[in-house]
Write a protein that binds this ligand. Structure first.
Ligand code: NAD
Length: 485
């Protein structure tokens, strides 16, 4: 039996589900059928006010607890999420259309990883002691206060946890606004955190379109904003946060290079390219969508790639045998179809796929263009769908220069058996999250984030603690104060 998609109410504030039917209706459409499966209301100013006031009050209670006590709550939530993984994975599939074959392994589970990891760190967050002769300075790691998290639609549970876990570990409160396309999963995260003993008001969820996000970012009670979204939205949110001198983390888009040298293991390289282009139907920010293939391996690469793509099981995402699901929405499907048309118009060779499937829901074929050149639109812009661009190259120097010729800098990957070449190339690629003979691994222990237009700050790893806390320094004088007057 599949879980019910309709939530108890639209928002989760101060430890409870809350409704305000004055807010505009948001329909939740199941991508696999095109049918409406739930409805929520966008937050009204009254709901935003309630969420921020409860976060402000809840944060004080939460920050007064010891790190170990806070960590215990987060780790308990991780356990509950793992116990309920099947049900939460079904909800993630209903929210996004991603196949259960994926959601069972990378969504609720990676949210649980973040809660467990940061829950484990919470008790060991400290300042330091700096001796200065007989005087000394001590530093105190303090929370920032109220953090706002704004999510994209591709990983609704994961994003709610990746932002919430480090924020809460450091003693902050959070108001999280999911994407209007996928409003369901974050509510479950809030519900489970409270079931685990989180004080009321510490993690709140409000629904809404961009203007609700903008209202949160502009509010003087907010101390930090963490956005996962596109570069154009990032620019606006960063500017609004700057006006209030707020801390930011920006996890934005990419057009990442995946470089495959002649000596690469062909099956691994094809596997990496498939993971980096077609997982989640290509709706992954770190995807390696510019696949640079060295001339000597091109033919063999394209042959194995198309053979393996033909084995993709496209179908009902609730079936665990399905390995490729629909696009999240009709709007996103249309955007991707537009790029496929531009690929054809631009003169690239359509090597595989390229069409919408003749069935209900928003299904596209996995699509590969070869003979793509750097100036083509499909090589320059983020498509955020299952469209791989294969570009040819000859030399190492050439591919490094071309791979870096983009405003983005989220990820990069290299496939080669030559270990010196792998490190030399990855060392020169301008990207935050890189891979050698692999692609798109995102363990919570490793920092994740981009350079250039792809973002600011890092999620995951111990590094995230720096983005959710600040240091107070206290100078302690042991002797007399000497002053000129
Ligand atoms: P989007 O930028 O359209 O929206 C992201 C979120 O911002 C949504 O919740 C939206 O309601 C909100 N928003 C829109 N305008 C706003 C405003 N003015 N103020 C505050 N909030 C506002 O992105 P999307 O279409 O939901 O997601 C796809 C994009 O996200 C892609 O570019 C993808 O690369 C990126 N992404 C990045 C990462 C990462 O970690 N780097 C992960 C997933 C997705």
């Amino acid at each position: 039996m599949t879980v019910s998609a309709q939530p108890v109410a639209s928002h989760f504030i101060n430890g409870h589900y809350v409704e305000d039917t004055d807010g505009a209706l948001i329909d939740v459409i199941y991508a696999a059928t095109g049918q409406k499966i739930a409805q929520v209301h966008s937050a009204t100013p009254a709901i935003i006010e309630q969420a921020l006031e409860s976060a402000k009050a809840g944060q004080k209670t939460w920050a007064a607890m010891s790190g170990t006590e806070r960590g215990r709550v987060l780790r308990r939530a991780a356990d509950i999420i793992r116990d309920r993984n099947h049900e939460l994975s079904q909800l993630e599939t209903l929210d996004t259309g991603k196949p259960m074959q994926e959601t069972l392994y990378v969504d609720a589970t990676s949210g649980a990883d973040a809660l467990e990891y940061f829950g484990g760190l919470a008790g060991s967050l400290t300042g330091e002691h700096i001796q200065l002769g007989e005087d000394w300075v001590y530093t105190v790691r303090e929370p920032l206060g109220v953090c706002v998290g704004i999510g994209a639609w591709n990983y609704p549970t994961q994003i709610a946890c990746w932002k919430g876990a480090p924020a809460l570990a450091c003693g902050n409160a959070m108001v999280f606004k999911p994407s209007e396309t996928t409003p369901l999963c974050a509510l479950k995260v809030a519900e489970i955190l409270h079931e685990s003993g989180l004080p009321a008001g510490v993690y709140n969820v409000v629904q809404g379109y961009g203007h609700v996000g903008a209202a949160l970012v502009e509010d003087a009670r907010v101390d930090k904003v963490s956005l996962t979204g596109s570069v154009p939205t990032g620019r606006k949110v960063y500017a609004a946060a700057a006006a209030g001198m707020k801390h930011v983390t920006m996890e934005l888009g990419g057009k990442s290079p995946l470089v495959i040298f002649d000596d690469a293991d062909i099956e691994d390289a094809v596997g990496g390219a498939i993971l980096g282009n077609f997982y989640s139907s290509g709706q992954v920010c770190s995807n390696g969508t510019r696949v640079f293939v060295q001339a000597g391996i091109k033919e063999a690469f394209l042959k194995r790639l198309t053979e393996r793509l033909a084995t993709a099981v496209i179908g009902d995402p609730m079936e665990e045998t399905t390995s490729f699901g629909p696009m999240v929405s009709e709007a996103q499907m249309d955007i991707v179809l537009g790029y496929i048309a531009k690929g054809k118009e631009g003169g690239a060779t359509l090597t595989y796929g390229g069409a919408r499937l003749d069935r209900a829901g928003f299904y596209l074929q996995p699509t590969v263009f070869s003979d793509v050149t750097d100036d083509m639109v499909i090589a320059r812009e983020e498509i955020f769908g299952p469209v791989m661009a294969v570009l040819d190259f000859d030399s190492e120097e050439e591919v490094i220069q071309r791979a870096n010729a983009t405003e983005f800098g989220l990820s990069a990957g290299v496939f080669t058996k030559d270990i010196q070449c792998a490190h030399r190339v990855i060392g020169q690629l301008e990207a935050g999250s890189c891979f050698i003979n692999s692609y798109n691994d995102a363990p919570v222990e490793a920092p994740f984030g981009g350079v250039k237009m792809s973002g600011v700050g890092r999620e995951n790893s111990k590094g995230a603690i720096e983005h959710y806390s600040q240091m107070k320094s206290v100078y302690v004088r042991m002797g007399k104060v000497e002053s000129p007057f």
